[in-house]
Structures are given as structure tokens and as C-alpha cells.
Design a protein around this ligand. Structure first.
Ligand SMILES: [Zn+2]
Length: 239
């Protein structure tokens, strides 16, 4: 028998292992989910920071306005108590002006107080969202380190197996190898199987007795009638 059963099955065993490693590599968590969470948390943090900056700037403006109002009131009060204005109508007008300034100041005071509370709340939000962002950053770092470590390990295993795979493949007749590769591409990485419990080891279809006979008597490759993979006798029957 010049069938390359041993080589093809050894090649298949290696390709199966390499395929599993490739799947494992592909399935590694690169941290995309944590990356998305981080982006969302960063956006919330930035929104809170922006809101805080706006509130603080509004507060500074209100405080300046308050100061100006107080100066104006001080000025008008001095005019009132200096006693230079004696006309009743003018005095009344001045008192009304001072009253109006008082009310404006009261409104501004209230506004400043309310905003102080808002600023305190927003500062707490900034602190909480910053903490949440940092937590996601730390988690992402851990995941990336784990991914790097795992992918390096798997790539190392793949690289270590490749020379053996190349060496076996180089011993297989080119036509046979070409067909093997073609079947493997089409059939989920499996191209050469033994019969197991009377069925194809690839697709589990029962192997007919005529196929069995052909395998035992002929000196040529037999392919599964259902999945067209290279078919070999069970280990105990193999010669
Ligand atoms: Zn089959």
C-alpha cells in the first residue's frame, strides 16, 4: 500500500489542533465591551465637567453683578443720608431706587445660593464619573494585558507546531495534499478521518459494506460518499 494514511491522519491531527488554537485566539476578549463602557463613562464625566465649568463661570458673573449692585446701593444710600436732597419727590424717587436695588440684590442672592447647591451637586457628579472612568480604565488595562499574554502564548503554540506541520505536508504527494487542503477548506478544517463505529468520522454517515470492501481490497483512496473526506479504516483494521 502506498497510500499516505499515516501522513494524512497526522496532518489532520495537527490541523485540528492548529484550528482549535486559531479559534481560541480569535475568541480572546480584546476588551471591546469595556472599551465601549469607558467611552460612555468618559462622555458622562466630560459632560459633568463642562456643566461645572459653566456653573462656576455663571456664579462668578453673578458675584460681580452683586458687587456692582452693592456699590450702587451704597452710593445711593449715601446720597440719601447726606441730606443734600431735600425735594420730597426726589427723596421718594431715591428711596424707591434703593428699594428696587434691594430687591434686585435679594433675587441675585437667592440665585447665587441655589447655584451654590447646584455646583456642589455637580462637583459630586464630576467626582463620581471620574472615579467610574478610572475604574473602567483600570479594567481595560487588565484586560489588554491578559489579551496580550494569552495571544502571545497561543501564537507561540501555533508557531511551534508549524514546522512539524510543514514537514509532514512536504512528504505528502502534491495532488493528494491539494485535494486534502481543498476538502479542509470546504469542510470545517477536517479532511481526513477514520471510520468510527461503522460511520464516517467526519459526517457520521453510516459507511456501506461496498465502501468497506473497496477500502480493504483496493489500493486507492476512498472518500466518504456523503462528505467526500478521505476515509480510512478504523485503527484496529488498519494495516
Ligand atoms: Zn463523511
Amino acid at each position: 500500500m502506498n497510500l499516505q494514511e499515516k501522513e494524512l491522519l497526522a496532518l489532520q491531527a495537527l490541523d485540528t489542533e492548529l484550528g482549535q488554537l486559531a479559534t481560541e485566539l480569535q475568541g480572546l476578549d480584546r476588551g471591546e465591551r469595556v472599551e465601549r463602557a469607558l467611552a460612555q463613562r468618559k462622555a458622562k464625566q466630560q459632560a459633568a465637567e463642562k456643566r461645572l465649568a459653566n456653573l462656576e463661570s455663571e456664579q462668578r458673573a453673578s458675584e460681580l453683578e452683586l458687587k456692582a449692585l452693592e456699590e450702587k446701593k451704597h452710593h445711593e444710600s449715601r446720597r440719601l443720608y447726606e441730606g443734600r436732597i431735600t425735594a420730597t419727590r426726589e427723596l421718594q424717587a431715591l428711596q424707591m431706587e434703593i428699594g428696587s436695588l434691594d430687591r434686585q440684590r435679594q433675587r441675585l442672592d437667592d440665585q447665587i445660593l441655589r447655584r451654590m447647591e447646584e455646583i456642589a451637586t455637580t462637583r459630586a457628579t464630576v467626582a463620581a464619573t471620574t472615579e467610574a472612568s478610572q475604574e473602567a480604565e483600570r479594567a481595560l488595562k487588565v484586560m489588554r494585558r491578559r489579551y496580550d499574554r494569552e495571544s502571545t502564548r497561543i501564537q507561540g503554540l501555533i508557531a511551534a507546531k508549524q514546522p512539524e506541520r510543514d514537514s509532514i505536508a512536504s512528504r505528502v504527494t502534491p495532488d493528494v495534499l491539494r485535494r486534502y487542503e481543498e476538502i479542509r477548506r470546504r469542510n470545517h478544517n477536517i479532511a481526513a478521518v477514520r471510520i468510527q463505529n461503522g460511520a464516517c468520522g467526519g459526517c457520521r454517515m453510516k459507511v456501506g459494506s461496498n465502501v468497506y470492501r473497496r477500502m480493504q481490497t483496493q489500493d486507492s483512496y476512498v472518500f466518504c460518499e456523503s462528505c467526500s473526506r478521505y476515509l480510512f479504516l478504523p485503527e484496529e483494521d488498519a494495516t
